[in-house]
Write a protein that binds this ligand. Sequence first.
Ligand code: MD3
Ligand code: FE
Length: 222
Amino acid sequence: MIPLDLFEDPPPDAEALRVPLAPGAVLMRGFALEGDAELLQAIESVIAQAPPLHWQTPGGGTMSVATTRCGPVGWVPGGPDGGHHYAAQHPRTGRPWPAMPGCLMDFALCAASEAGYPQFVPDSCLINHYAPGAKLGLHQDKYETDLRAPIVSLSLGLPAVFLFGGFQRSDRSDRYRLVHGDVVVWGGTSRLRFHGVLPVEDGTHALVGRRRLNVTFRKIGR
Ligand code: MD3
Ligand code: FE
């Protein structure tokens, strides 16, 4: 008899799945795989109540990424110099932003703890919807009041190439491929680095379909 376990995958090596990107920033490959269906269902419930919108950029353009959000603090894209601005309601439905589903909050707390930020409690959750071809230009996220709080990001669906630049727009960028289930926690000095996403290649993901979803959990603190 050949022992059956010869045919099983080797146990995933947690250290190999944990990739330090910069001081304070860690990529946890596949961290969200186990609960992906439940997370997706929670995201779908937010999208159903508050459909993603193509917000205006400060330069008068329209973002190719469509964004919606949930949680108590209503920050949305398109503020001055590429940041975010406050919107109390969804501009089309006129309703306040949906509450953050419990499983999304639990996930954010768990990911932050795992990355070394056990105190983190998000008050805002931004959901970016990428159709094939959608991209996000290089920008900084600096509208949160407490820049010591990290940002937790969750990627689902189609893969994307993430650009991780320096502290100046003109600095060269490192590239990382983010795939379904990858989680990155951005803390420390990495919080103020420029970053963006290259146009998403066309394809279909078995669970999520023809799109990429990126969810960021933030502590805006206002
Ligand atoms: C690095 N979203 O919503 S998530 C954004 O894939 C945003 O949709 C991207 O950038 C996306 O603002 C990237 C990862 C991320 C989020 C915030 C960061 C990386 C970051 C803040 C500082 C440094
Ligand atoms: Fe960003």
